[in-house]
Ligand binder design. Structure first.
Ligand code: BEZ
Ligand code: FE
Length: 290
């Protein structure tokens, strides 16, 4: 086409795609370009703004490496990661939520009832629940990959003072589908805001905070893997998580338990928690694979 105009350029783009192109790629790319062109028309995008956008993408590329994924963070703070999650969520299962950049592979085994708190001195938190199917039947042998911040608000990969696997554990549930571990209450923290995504947050008058949460990846043979996180109802950022990860069914309560009531057996810390502690009960429902 030699007569490309601002009115026909979207159709011209479509006409340039080959006949034998992958049909799904055609669908996704056509829609992307249609919306991109509509966005430029709607905002009457200027050269200067286009340049700013390109410079932003370049900065995001420059700051990214094997550990830092600025484009994923961009997708997170724009709500795209959460939207994609919710598009594929199944209502009969526990909602999924963002993975975030602090998951690491190879976490150590954490037996049912074991302690993740190690030498961090804080109020003990007992977390337990059942991994079950949508009919309520326990799923024996399911595995849970669990991770969280230390009380200083840092994940182990952000903190040279913590061991690599501090506050990370891999638990295989028993025949009754039950998981249990002790830890400390995770704390709220900020997403990395020293890069271009931080600039966007500031330019939008937004804060970089996430409500405190416990991360889980639950997996079991024959079931869809679930990547999720659970949040306490009393967190001050629950209603304005900067990455839009909170769902109603992922909100739980830390129940204060009186001194002397910690179970006398079945936990690594049994007999070692004389004072009060916190307890949360949270079941995870996995959906069978299609
Ligand atoms: C997190 O939960 O660890 C996280 C999620 C998205 C962006 C940054 C951090
Ligand atoms: Fe997190």
């Amino acid at each position: 086409m030699r007569d490309v105009t601002k009115d026909n350029i979207t159709d011209v783009f479509m006409s340039y795609m080959g006949e034998d192109m992958n049909p799904r790629l055609r669908e996704v790319l056509s829609s992307l370009v249609k919306h991109l062109h509509a966005f430029a028309r709607e905002t009457n995008l200027t050269h200067e703004e286009w340049n700013t956008g390109i410079a932003f993408l370049e900065k995001a590329g420059e700051i990214s490496d094997a550990e830092r994924h600025e484009f994923v963070l961009l997708s997170d703070v724009l709500g795209l990661s959460s939207l994609v999650d919710m598009l594929h969520n199944r209502p009969e299962g526990t909602s999924s939520s963002v993975l975030g950049p602090f998951h690491i592979t190879g976490s150590p085994d954490l037996a049912v009832g074991a302690d993740m708190r190690k030498d961090f001195d804080d109020t003990v938190l007992l977390v337990e629940g059942i991994v079950k199917d949508p009919d309520g039947n326990p799923i024996p042998g399911a595995t849970l990959d669990i991770w969280q911040t230390a009380p200083n608000g840092l994940y182990s990969s952000q903190d040279p003072d913590q061991d690599t696997y501090s506050f990370h554990g891999l638990q295989k549930v028993g025949d009754d589908g039950r998981y249990a571990f002790t830890s400390v209450r995770p704390v709220e923290y900020t997403v990395p805001s020293d890069g271009p995504v931080g600039d966007i947050l500031r330019a939008c008058g937004r804060h970089p905070w996430r409500p405190s949460h416990l991360h889980f990846i639950a997996e079991a043979e024959g079931f869809r893997p679930l990547v999720t996180e659970v949040f306490p109802e009393d967190d001050k950022y629950l209603d304005n998580d900067t990455v839009f990860g909170v769902r109603k069914d992922l909100v739980m309560t830390y129940v204060p338990m009186p001194a002397g009531s910690f179970p006398e057996e079945g936990y690594e810390l049994s007999g070692k928690v004389p004072g009060d502690y916190l307890k949360v009960n949270f079941d995870l429902t996995l959906v069978p694979k299609d």
